[in-house]
Write a protein that binds this ligand. Sequence first.
Ligand code: ADP
Ligand code: ZN
Length: 611
Amino acid sequence: MSIQKILKNIFGYDHFLGSQEEIIASVCQKKDCLVLMPTGGGKSVCYQIPSIQMHGTGIVVSPLIALMHDQVSGLKNNGVRAEFYNSSLPHDQRDEILNRLEKQEIDLLYVAPEGLFKERFLHSLKKANVCLFAIDEAHCVSQWGHDFRPEYLKLSEITTEFPGVPKIALTATADKKTRQEIVEKLKLTEHASFIASFDRPNITYAIEIKTQPSAQLLKYIKDNHPDDCGIVYCLSRKKVEKTAKFLSEQGFEALPYHAGLPFAKREEHQSRFINEENIIIVATIAFGLGINKPNVRFVAHLDMPSSMEAYYQETGRAGRDGLPASAWMIYGLQDVVLRRKMIFNSDGDLTHQQVSSAKLNDMLAFCETTSCRRKVILRYFGEMRDSDCGNCDTCLHPMDTLDGTILAQKFLSCIYRSEQRFGAGHIIDILRGKETEKVSRNRHQELSTFGIGSDLSEFEWKSVFRQLYVQGYVQVIESDGYSTLGLDKESYKILQGEDKFKLRKETKTRQQTKKASKKAKKLIETELSTKQAAIFDSLKEWRLEKAREKGMPAYCVSDDKSLRNLVIKSPQSLDEMHEVFGFGEKKIDLYGEDLLIILNNSERQNQSVQE
Ligand code: ADP
Ligand code: ZN
């Protein structure tokens, strides 16, 4: 079968996306490839289609067992001979799979990196006919990156063990340095690189200042995602528990997930999240790698992530299906202080601490930016954009800026007068003329800067400080668990009036509305009418039932996008169903009749309601 035919007949898609076709062609010519695509970009078919097309078996190395299981269920449901091999399977099943592998009866075999070099597996693999190795989440091989997995290093041995078999390395997160490491460590020879745009146009980005975390979160969910499935990230286990409880009390199906929960509980919550609709999972970052659910509609951060890479990877779990989704975060000074402490109390050597600290600054600069968020993200990953995106908070609600030079001078001279020995909180107290115990103990009410900033609230001064910090005019010095503010060359440029300081005017709640720009709206193919929405709901019910029956996640039966398209195209026959997105031969065989009946019934019910 040609690769186009495979795409249409097996996956039910009409066209390749982005560079999929070139990548597949390259692999089929036995060339090593490096593929960088954002989450939801369509990486999987890049190795699935070659494995189906070529003789022999494609071996897919993937770090998470849950993910393998879902991918294999989805593939089988499309009629592909796919299996996974890992320690979760009973012995006899493992033997059977190895048997079939040797007899070339499997097109795609998923395996964890640590399983690949187990003697028995390797033995069978040598007898089999391997047509390609796909290394998913390839950035795990990089020590520079943030997901390093030592097992991945061993993967370079593939080259020696299986010369001539093409390798395709795939990832959604990799800066230049990580990219180099992937090529070196996986020994990709004379490889072709495919680097897609990192943009996720269907995600709306928004960031607010943290004032009342729970209330802010509740408002965000109620206003934007009252019935949606989403992920809320918190830094600590305690906060995860507290937030999950709070959301449950407010009537949401919210489940906690963190490393402190018993294994069985974690598994249960993860699988409910994957299999059911409308679940909100509240988690530490222990949750998510390999979560493939396409219809996660929002990702919320109650604490600031440690780097732009982490932020982009975590928010990237929203909207894999390409439909509108949102990423929302709140942050405050406490986050920065906490993160800094974590870095400087870590065991890492000095270089590592410096790298982490630089990454944190980039993250903070992103939070504080007055320009289009998407532009900042993409620039971080090396992509330059000229125009604003129209689908982030700063684009939707442009921020006012004003000349803040005098405010900056007040703040910096207060640091100078108090001898660069205090933190931001105390400096702000002096500026606002607050007679605290610490102020009197240090006789700071006698300073010339005491009370010169009483016209600004504490909230506003904090904002001045953060922006000074981000723009490099204030130094934060950490020692013995305390942070003090200091001045350097750059600070004097402001104090002497050489540099002007542009300040963003902060409102307490930067609003977020549902209204995305026209460009973003185009992504929502068509809004469903009430009638259509009702049919869509019946289809979702049917899907849930099928999923339970088959013991697989709902989205493996069919994803939202396909069901929506089914409603819109409303096919009257199995033949017409070939026109629907996501319906290949096998799926039509399996479910076609059922679905026609549901569509017909709903249609009739709708009519009788109207009569
Ligand atoms: P990634 O692994 O890059 O995150 P996936 O391979 O899971 O992305 O694909 C993301 C979504 O895009 C899936 O829902 C998939 O079915 C869909 N998809 C992939 N290729 C195509 C295509 N050629 N046409 C339409 N949809 C596609
Ligand atoms: Zn924008």
